[in-house]
Write a protein that binds this ligand. Sequence first.
Ligand code: F6R
Length: 605
Amino acid sequence: MCGIVGAVAQRNIVSVLIEGLRRLEYRGYDSCGVAVLGENGPVRARSVARVADLDAQVHEGPLKGRTGIAHTRWATHGAPVTDNAHPIFSKDTVALVHNGIIENYESLREMLRGKGYRFVSQTDTEVIAHLIHSVYRGDLFTAVREAITQLHGAYAIAVLHKDQPNTVVGARQGSPLVVGLGDGENFLASDALALAGSTERFIFLEEGDVCELSLDGVRIADRDGNDAQREVRQVAAYGGAVELGPYRHFMQKEIFEQPRAITDTIPQTESFDTSIFGEGAADAFAQIDSLLILACGTSYYSGLTAKYWLESIAKIPTQVEIASEYRYRESVPNPKSLVVVISQSGETADTLAALKHAQSLGHKHTLAVCNVGTSAMVRQTELSFLTHAGREIGVASTKAFTTQLVALFVLAATLAKLRGHLSDEQESGYLKQLRHLPAALNSVLALEPQIIAWSEEFSRKEHALFLGRGMHYPIALEGALKLKEISYIHAEAYPAGELKHGPLALVTEAMPVVTVAPNDALLEKLKSNIQEVRARGGQLYVFADADTKIVNDEGLHVIRMPEHYGLLSPILHVVPLQLLAYHTACARGTDVDKPRNLAKSVTVE
Ligand code: F6R
């Protein structure tokens, strides 16, 4: 999604800004731009193509400067055309980049029009640039602080003013912004990753903060206007360039990285110890009587899977909610419920807002399951479990999902132990099974050639149905999500028992029905559901465990999973669905790592 980079230095910083944008490219964008302070005010270059095109423009220009801001835009208000690309100018005096959404932009636009400002873009961002211009009285820092009091919504901004060389002012509310500290130069970005290579010292700004970068320092004011001292964090060698290696796409690479990612995520402890979740976990876990899991998209599906583990192993009531729904509905808070937020990025706006909402309702104990240790979510929760998937570049989440499942299984086992529901024998059995997971995953990955053969068929379809039962129903949901987001095939998932309550009407020869069929207690029920589809001429594509006795037949295509993996089976069964989506998308020729309209980290509502 949108990305910000800013810099103040005694050298030409255009290459730093462009490199920052390059590092943020994987998050998804549809236009980009850069502005520097020239002798007569800000000058800019913008592109509706890739950052590489912007780079070519700045070289040709050439565009040079020591104070600058840059942006990748993921369109929300206004189409991805040059006029809407940031930096947005006000009267050739103020230049501004913005992540987020300004909810009251229409009333502000009317007010500013009344003051004689002319709008040349359809963006909500343009109101911020004009607003700052309208209240500027010789000090940009003060003007920004004054202007943001009129904004409703979420934003991270970086601003330049013609009359203030060597100054970039930033502000954040609801969208992340981080300051990078250099020697005689300072930086600003929406993600520390953008500044790798320029600095390893960062200040993660807090909600409501306004900062002013100059050559020799950074000044920060909190939301009340008081000088704020923020911790400087050392983030070493943050995200070096990620190589594709022998793979065609990052998504494929990330699918194949799962055995390593899981090895790194499994705790090194010899038991399910509360300390895995942080210092205060023993106390917090002892006080809770239920769980409330909040997440979006794929992370939500990992929460749905975990509900089965938490209720069956730990016997603890668990509610799982889509973060964007929870934050706006009236719920009945239970202060004894542990709020668990799950997120790859730790910056998803809806999940962050849901966390805050839960806290405001009196939920005391919070835990983040997250892939980014420096993220807002980890900073805003009492406890955390870091997944060690490593950087996920492909927009479609894969290794983040399976490592989240590992984390959540460890949580379920830890709570089970604490609540007296886990025998020593079960504990060592689960630990052994967890440690064997990477090897089991390698056997599943070896099924790739068979899945490629199926993907040829799928690539010619426009619809697909995914079925699962019990804890494999969320896996069917995840399989359908993967297929739709990267191959653009319409896909839906159902718990197989629901088939005859409606979706069976869709089943014809043209509708492939993907079925997740582990050898668990629900297998016989699932076999009946399979027959219901066959009887209607449906084409079944079944991922069955080796010992299910489901065999290839007319209209019944079977890929055999190497072994049944008990409670951890969802972690294995999702992998062939990831591969099916990936190879189907390749066969259809889509942009697998950057599917249309999607962004890696959804930092707006
Ligand atoms: C789908 C996908 C998204 C994310 C969702 C939440 O492949 O990646 O559905 O899972 O946007 O993102 P995080 O986990 O970063 O909060």
